[in-house]
Design a protein around this ligand. Structure first.
Ligand code: GDP
Ligand code: MN
Length: 438
């Protein structure tokens, strides 16, 4: 799971004492933000999104006054940052940056252990850094790393040329970052910039203000291990790539693949703005894409999408079948995929889907007005489709079942025609206008 910066700072940096700026989180201008900015004479306002390069997108703003801060909060909340809507803004203490390091810890498949990547050329896009100036150091897979080991790395990357005075500080900070990476069970912890900053403090003896250098983690890109000791969603809630809160059915579906790693049946989406009245049970990336495109082209309105593959066991098909069919407002069901190479049709359709239908019927939850079209090929297809046909018959389901004799692109058209004929289905205009051609 990927974390928002404020979550990573609040939960990981604070817990493992990684030095970072103070901050408040807001979704609109408020008194707390105003006071935060007023008392510090300025702040940095950042969009909380799960994409990078926010700076480049104008979603990191330096402000001086509470008024500027209020405007920045409103502006950023109204932005789309590389297509993503911010869930909040983080208002951070402004750092007086002297140098920007790049620091990332992740796992390498090459060394089969953690690696620390460091560069003196942080701040900008990591892709833009001269590869000769990025250094990757494999480390032992253990909870802690000695500061002297980090010191050697820092010497290697040229840190001492200018910042020898904070070498010890930097070594301790990065050793602490490593401890946080391990302790929080991260897959990735990237800090860009890990900044050398100028800090002013009152001297305890003389009472005068003195400035010195120190380190601050000014950003946090964190991917937690989904198989961590404590499942990340327990702490952070469910998260999806949908850029909105997942629905109850989507959450239930996510659980399917989490509980059992065989095959994939849980990537279910039902965009709320989609509306729609056709349940889509599609198989494989290509088969799913073709089915969805042609369904739209045929004037059908999909209500949900599920891409199933990798020979999931019957139980997984049972669960996703029930989820797909529970969407309100359905008129038809399109079960469609290409010719599978290793997904067993008798198991997925003949057993999993059949059991789901039978149980829904037993529970009085089966909508017999639904019109089904099934098109599928693959191992044990004959047996699988026969079991499904028997199930349709004993449950009084209307629909037609085809094997790979029927071109995949015909299935949505057949469903459309049946719906028009039996349910007076109002066909939509195709979503994508065809080019006239020249
Ligand atoms: P990103 O663009 O998504 O990586 O967002 P960052 O949080 O890294 O911010 C982008 C850039 O804003 C950084 O590379 C810094 O150069 C700058 N920046 C962030 N925080 C501060 C700060 O406290 N002071 C100053 N002067 N610049 C900052
Ligand atoms: Mn950054």
């Amino acid at each position: 799971m990927n974390l928002y910066e404020h979550e990573a700072v609040a939960n990981i940096y604070k817990k493992f004492k990684v030095p970072c700026p103070e901050f408040v989180v807001a979704t609109e201008p408020n008194a707390e933000v105003a006071e935060f900015v007023r008392s510090r004479g300025g702040a940095v306002v950042k969009a909380m999104v799960l994409v990078g390069k926010r700076g480049k997108a104008g979603a990191v703003k330096l402000v001086k006054t509470p008024e500027e801060a209020a405007k920045a909060v409103t502006d950023i909340m109204g932005m789309l940052v590389w297509g993503e809507k911010p869930v909040a803004v983080m208002v951070c203490e402004k750092a007086d940056i002297v140098a920007e390091l790049y620091c990332a810890i992740t796992y390498s498949t090459e060394t089969r252990g953690p690696v620390i990547t460091l560069s003196m050329e942080g701040g900008m896009d990591v892709e833009a850094i001269d590869p000769a100036r990025i250094f990757t150091f494999p480390v032992k897979a253990q909870a802690e790393i000695e500061p002297f080991e980090i010191r050697n790395m820092l010497v290697k990357i040229g840190f001492c040329d200018k910042y020898a005075g904070v070498l010890r500080q930097a070594s301790l900070t990065i050793a602490g970052i490593y401890k946080a990476f391990w302790g929080a069970e991260c897959r990735l912890l990237e800090i860009n910039p890990l900044a050398v900053v100028r800090v002013s403090k009152k001297d305890k003896k003389t009472g005068e203000m003195v400035t010195s250098l120190d380190l601050r983690a000014l950003d946090a890109v964190v991917t937690l291990d989904d198989d961590a000791t404590v499942a990340p969603q327990k702490t952070y809630g469910e998260r999806s790539a949908y850029r909105r809160e997942p629905t109850k059915r989507e959450i239930d579906a996510l659980q399917i693949d989490r509980d059992d790693h065989r095959g994939k049946a849980g990537s279910y989406v039902e965009p709320e703005d989609l509306g729609g009245d056709i349940a889509m049970m599609t198989f494989g990336g290509g088969g799913s894409a073709v089915t969805i495109e042609t369904a739209y082209d045929a004037g059908l309105r999909p209500a949900n999408f599920t891409d199933i593959g990798g020979n999931p066991p019957a139980e997984k098909m049972y669960r996703i079948g029930r989820i797909i069919l529970s969407k309100p407002g359905l008129k038809g069901v399109l079960v469609c995929g290409g010719t599978a190479s290793n997904t067993r049709i008798d198991v997925t359709l003949g057993e999993g889907l059949v059991n789901a239908i039978d149980d829904l019927a037993k529970e009085g939850k089966l909508d017999r007005e639904l019109i089904w079209v099934v098109r599928r090929g693959g191992p044990e297809v004959e047996k699988g489709l026969k079991l499904l046909a028997e199930c349709f018959k004993r449950n009084g389901i209307k629909g037609r079942i085809f094997d790979s004799e029927l071109p995949i692109t015909q299935a949505p058209l057949i469903l459309r025609d049946l719906l028009v004929q039996h349910r007076g289905y109002k066909v939509s205009a195709p979503k994508v206008k065809k080019s006239a051609g020249h």
